[in-house]
Design a protein. Structure first.
Length: 376
């Protein structure tokens, strides 16, 4: 759609806005006509603290608006009763409106600006929209740092993947109450903070394709609700923490294309819901009987490691070069700590006696790796 289409849609939007204001004043065939006009992604609702009807939701997903300097400033921030605004796959640019504070747009709880032409620093104005539960700014060109305050927002969903953010992950990452978190396809660097163990609501988290380094903290094992954990294609290293044995609901675990090494813990391969365990392109050296069962079932992928008796491994020279350098992790004793087990520590690769469980619904976060609108 071009600029003319944008103008037409804004005119229609204005008509709908005024139609909502007068919705309760009409009956019969006029009411039916208004309902037809209001349909198609625009919704009216009664304002909670008033006895009036107002525009509550606007869906511009996939309109592909064109033209120069398309901005939402002076538009989005003039809708004080709006609760849902989705604008995936358009060409909006310029600053994200500064006046979307809770005092101005007081009921806004879903904001989707994904797959547009935004650039520059993180839109700090969203930090003032404290009623948000859904924030999606993926597939733009935002750069610089993500403010630590983002992880204090009371969100359920935070999608900031496929931008150009470049920084160490904030130490307060674990303060987030989100269920679904995607940080993939940026330039985040440094270690995963230990605080991640405090993010106990996390169901799915994607760190893949960044520049993360260091060893995995044992605190990841405290994410006892998580079903997806993906750190593929980074520069992480060290053994797999034995605390991963506590991830009883884990279905998709991706550590591929990193620099992990050592034996693959049998208790990880024994997780009851595991449907996909990707460990390829690392430097693992040993897999036990439980892991070999998963290889036969094509659940576990250990291609291009250093497991001598399996096919499709790295060359002996490649493995020797990697292990010629001494490799350690800070507080290595913590890597054998199992927070969900009495006594806490494990000195072996023993298996746990777990019954297999049915997998949950299809993951949501991987859908966020495509630019189209989401269906949650």
């Amino acid at each position: 759609m071009g600029t003319a289409s944008l103008c037409s849609s804004i005119l229609l939007f204005t008509l709908i806005f005024h139609s909502c204001l007068h919705y309760n004043a009409v009956v019969g065939t006029e009411r039916e006509a208004l309902e037809i006009i209001i349909g198609g992604g625009f919704k009216c609702a009664t304002v909670p603290d008033q006895k009036v009807t107002a525009l509550a939701a606007a869906d511009f997903n996939g309109y592909h608006f064109g033209g120069r300097d398309l901005q939402l400033t002076g538009f989005l921030d003039q809708l004080p009763d709006l609760s849902i605004f989705h604008a995936n796959s358009n060409n909006f640019t310029g600053p994200v409106p500064k006046n979307i504070t809770t005092s101005r747009v007081r009921y806004l709880f879903e904001l989707d600006l994904s797959n547009n032409k935004y650039s520059g620093e993180f839109p700090v104005s969203v930090l003032q929209a404290t009623n948000l539960t859904f924030l999606d700014i993926r597939f733009n060109s935002f750069s610089g740092s993500v403010p630590a305050k983002v992880f204090n927002l009371d969100l359920d969903v935070l999608f900031i993947n496929n931008n150009k953010f470049s920084q160490q992950l904030p130490r307060n990452l674990g303060s987030t109450p989100v269920l679904y978190l995607t940080l993939a396809n940026n330039n985040f660097r440094g270690p995963i903070p230990k605080s991640i163990g405090n993010a106990r609501n996390l169901l799915e988290v994607l760190f893949l394709n960044n520049e993360l380094e260091g060893c995995l903290p044992y605190e990841i094992g405290k994410l006892d609700k998580a079903v997806v954990f993906d750190v593929g294609s980074n520069k992480l290293t060290g053994p797999i923490p034995h605390s991963f044995a506590c991830l009883k609901k884990m279905e998709i675990l991706n550590l591929a294309v990193n620099k992990f090494y050592g034996p693959v813990p049998e208790m990880v391969c024994d997780l009851p819901r595991l449907a996909n365990l990707s460990l390829s392109y690392n430097y693992f050296t040993q897999v036990g009987p439980e892991c070999r069962k998963l290889i036969k079932k094509r659940i576990l992928d250990v291609r291009m490691n250093c497991i001598l008796d399996l096919p499709g491994q790295r060359s002996a020279a490649d493995c020797a070069k990697f292990f010629s350098k001494k490799r350690t992790c800070p507080n290595e004793r913590s890597l054998s700590y199992i927070p969900c087990r009495k006594g806490g520590y494990s000195s072996s690769l023993e298996t746990s006696d777990q019954q297999s469980m049915a997998p949950a619904a299809a993951p949501i976060t991987y859908n966020a790796l495509k630019p189209h609108k989401l269906r949650l």
